[in-house]
Design a protein around this ligand. Structure first.
Ligand code: GLY
Length: 408
């Protein structure tokens, strides 16, 4: 089989490694991929030019396409591939709304009585500013409704901070829609699934470390590290999320005429008041995929094909835990300046590459998150030790990492 992976970051690198292990796969293309995805053929096409991506898949007789980034899904790549009968495991543009519009999903959750964080939605700068000036309880979460760089999530710790965030969002786009949400604390985890219409197959749970620093006041990022599974989350809690949240969601989307196909994950928090959904995402997470997929012992591609063909997939997991630590450029996420040379010395564990580029045979950072070291072990402590030993070897003054990944 020929597999095409669309995207260029750590998540796509993890998918590439999982496809590489599949007995079904003969050739893997990454579009556009990055310079360290050495096991695949890179395709120099703009991933947002869906027509060109489709024509490439037709020309190369691609048997299966997998997509990483949600903004590519939101452009309707699945819809275009379906029109010409190309196999792609991905949601349609309309099903991707579960991620591409936070307000849409909040309304859907309200309809299905799925517990979620309280929120107020705004489309007008003055009204939003007026509202945040009256807030008395902090922190609050301010979210952009649509897909945005670095996820569009901000934590405000004072009226002044909320005021500045709102102004920044509207300065960037005067037509923004904003959700001002209650900030909740509790056990946080993401639960990943494979979905085809009303059929939903749970994978594993993952914890994503979202702030830049170990302290709670760091900036919100795409994720500075992850681990799987997540300590202290019980089987009963996972079952409740699957039965009461994920299954009704998939069923409702199917019954409403926009059945979901692809990877779907819910970000969940277990608060003192019970389970609440923070968000749904229509893809694999990054860096969540990098710690989820190494634990998969069954054939990734076979599992996907089975789900697509309406067969029960035989999904087998390693009992080992996986811890992944991101090395990011200084200044990430708000002031990404670093384009320094990376110190890529040999390490003992696995690396998925993120924002990197090659110049005259050397590897340079492209700002943002640059790589993630992942280590598997019988327990979190050992996996942490292994991963931190490697990340220390790779760090220079131009980069930083969090020190508490996989620590419970
Ligand atoms: N790590 C969060 C995300 O992929 O959206």
């Amino acid at each position: 089989m020929k597999v095409l992976i669309v995207g260029k970051g750590g998540r796509e690198h993890a998918m590439l490694k999982a496809c590489k292990k599949s007995n079904l796969v003969e050739k893997i293309y990454v579009l556009p991929g990055n310079c360290k995805m050495e096991d695949a053929t890179r395709v120099d096409i703009d991933m947002y030019d869906i027509e060109k991506v489709k024509n490439f898949a037709i020309k190369e007789n691609i048997d299966l396409t997998l997509v990483g980034p949600s903004d590519v899904l939101a452009l309707g790549i699945k819809d275009e591939f379906d029109k010409v009968g190309l196999n792609i495991f991905a949601p349609t543009k309309s099903a991707t709304r579960i991620e591409s519009s936070r307000y849409f999903t909040k309304q859907l959750m309200e309809k299905l009585k799925i517990p979620t964080t309280k929120y107020v939605v705004f489309t007008d700068r003055e009204q939003t500013l007026k509202f945040v000036s009256t807030l008395e309880k902090f922190p609050v979460t301010i979210k952009i409704d649509s897909l945005s760089k670095n996820l569009g999530i901000f934590i405000a710790r004072s009226n002044k901070m909320a005021n500045d965030i709102v102004n920044e969002i509207f300065d960037e786009n005067e037509n923004s829609k904003i959700l001002v949400e209650e900030f909740v604390m509790g056990k946080e985890f993401s639960i990943f699934t494979l979905v085809k219409n009303e059929k939903i197959y749970p994978l594993q749970i993952v914890k994503d470390y979202k702030r830049t620093s170990d302290s709670e006041d760091g900036e919100h990022t795409g994720g500075m590290g992850a681990c799987s599974p997540v300590a202290k989350v019980t089987d009963n809690e996972i079952e409740q999320v699957v039965e009461k949240i994920l299954k009704p969601m998939a069923k409702s989307m199917y019954e409403d005429g926009y059945g979901f196909e692809g990877f779907l994950y819910g970000e969940i928090v277990i608060t003192q008041d019970g389970i609440k959904v923070l968000s749904f995402n229509a893809r694999l997470g990054d860096p969540e995929a990098e710690v989820l997929l190494p634990r998969l012992k069954s054939d990734f591609v076979q599992n996907i094909l089975d789900v697509m063909n309406g067969k029960e997939p035989e999904i087998v997991w390693s009992d080992d835990v996986c811890v992944g630590i991101v090395l990011a450029s200084n200044g990430y996420p708000s002031k990404e300046k670093c384009q320094d040379k990376m110190k890529l010395v040999p390490v003992d564990n696995d690396i998925c590459f993120m924002g990197v580029e090659e110049k005259e045979g050397e590897i340079f950072a492209k700002g943002g998150r640059n790589l993630i070291v992942t280590a598997m072990a019988k327990d979190f402590e050992t996996a942490r030790e292994l991963a931190y030993k490697d990340i220390e070897k790779l760090k220079t003054d131009s980069f930083f990492y969090r020190e508490d990944i996989g620590k419970f």
